[in-house]
Design a protein around this ligand. Structure first.
Ligand code: SAM
Length: 356
């Protein structure tokens, strides 16, 4: 399905976006609070290696658009920095298409200039060219105090590798990612199967050796891809909602046991959101709609979550927290995450990013 169709026509893209919107945020939040461990959480990195334009058209969204993965990363960075003042989240977004990167820069500018400012850098390059520089930055950032450790600051980074096909995947580049990195690869198992049947040369830089020959189905090819990275001691794969001829898997590579559950629940909740199995879960268009309707209702007021709940806002307290966060991102108010208080603006700021 062509990428210019609304996101609802690409169920597997929706599933990916709902998963990543949750996981960028949860990952930052968990690490920002992980201050009792022998690594430095003052600086975190979110790296989107194949970023796209940062926007997807959406027919169910009130503004007609939902954030793509690099824009989600910027919003996660902003939310984390607003809640944890001592933490800086660096966003690095790469796409080899110059016009896509120009779009990203337009989106990001607003968040670079606001307080807290997000350090969001873009690169109009092949990701393979840019990875060494970003890795060196992560390893070398030591201009701030941290108690001594023989491994230095051990900064954490989360990398998303999300190609359309298999062509940009390079096992050697993934294997050389920074020591304490965590990696998510969106892997098209059916494409691997098709290439195995004809275009073998393409698989040469996807796979280290020919153990993929034992694979019999799309999942087997994804599994063979994942298992060639033993340096990531924890490797899991999760099917994305299938669409068309694609059988895609989100491959999760990490060395941290603590990351398994949050990622798994991001995938599961990302799948349920917006379906009849959603329960209390809201998807992105629902969060946007809720933010705008609460702004209309509470315009000009400064309220605690408990007060909005008691006023019969129509959402659970947990939902209200998420919706207030999103309303802040849409320019409809100022959310204080620690105090659980929201100042609703009389009018939402005209927001170029969501086309409101
Ligand atoms: C599936 S799209 C990314 C969508 C985005 N992650 C999202 O979900 O919003 C893949 C992108 O990778 C870019 N791309 C393809 N090969 C690349 C490479 N070698 N280096 C960097 N970007 C690449 C394409 O231009 C395209 O925009």
């Amino acid at each position: 399905v062509p990428a210019d169709k609304p996101v609802e026509a690409r169920r597997q893209t929706t599933h990916k976006l709902e998963t990543m919107d949750r996981y960028w945020r949860i990952w930052c939040r968990i690490l920002a609070q992980a201050t009792a461990f022998p690594f430095c959480t003052r600086h975190l990195w979110l790296v989107d290696t194949m970023a796209g334009t940062g926007i997807h058209e959406s027919i169910s969204d009130r503004g007609g658009r939902v954030p793509g993965t690099p824009f989600q990363a910027v919003l996660a960075a902003r939310a984390t920095q607003a809640e944890f003042l001592e933490v800086t989240v660096h966003v690095r977004a790469i796409d080899k298409k110059k016009d896509y990167v120009a779009e990203l820069d337009k989106l990001f500018d607003r968040y670079r200039l606001q307080t807290p400012s997000v350090d969001a850098q873009t690169y109009p390059n092949d990701w393979v060219e840019v990875v060494p520089g970003i890795s060196a930055e992560i390893a070398g950032k030591a201009d701030h105090p941290f108690r001594a450790s023989i491994y230095g600051h051990q900064h954490r980074s989360l990398w998303l590798i999300d190609p359309f096909g298999l062509e940009p995947l390079r096992y050697d580049v993934i294997d050389a990612l920074p020591r304490w990195s965590e990696v998510i690869v969106n892997f098209d198992g059916n494409a691997a199967r098709r290439h195995a049947a004809k275009n073998l040369s393409l698989l040469e830089h996807v796979y280290r050796d020919d153990r993929w020959r034992q694979a019999t189905d799309a999942e087997g090819y994804a599994q063979a891809f994942m298992d060639q990275f033993p340096r990531f001691t924890i490797r899991n794969l999760y099917p994305l909602w299938p669409s068309g001829s694609q059988d895609r898997f989100l491959i999760h590579l990490t060395t941290s046991k603590a990351a398994i559950r949050p990622f798994r629940s991001s995938v599961t909740n990302g799948l349920k959101a917006g379906t009849i199995a959603a329960g209390d879960l809201l998807n992105t268009p629902q969060k946007h709609a809720a933010a705008l309707s609460l702004q209309e209702r509470f315009a000009g007021l400064e309220l605690a979550v408990d007060e909005m709940y008691a006023a019969g806002a129509g959402f659970t307290k947990q939902q209200l927290r998420l919706v207030c966060q999103v309303a802040d991102e849409l320019g409809c108010g100022k959310w204080l995450a620690k105090a659980l208080r929201m100042t609703w603006f009389i009018e939402c700021e005209p927001d170029p990013t969501f086309g409101l």
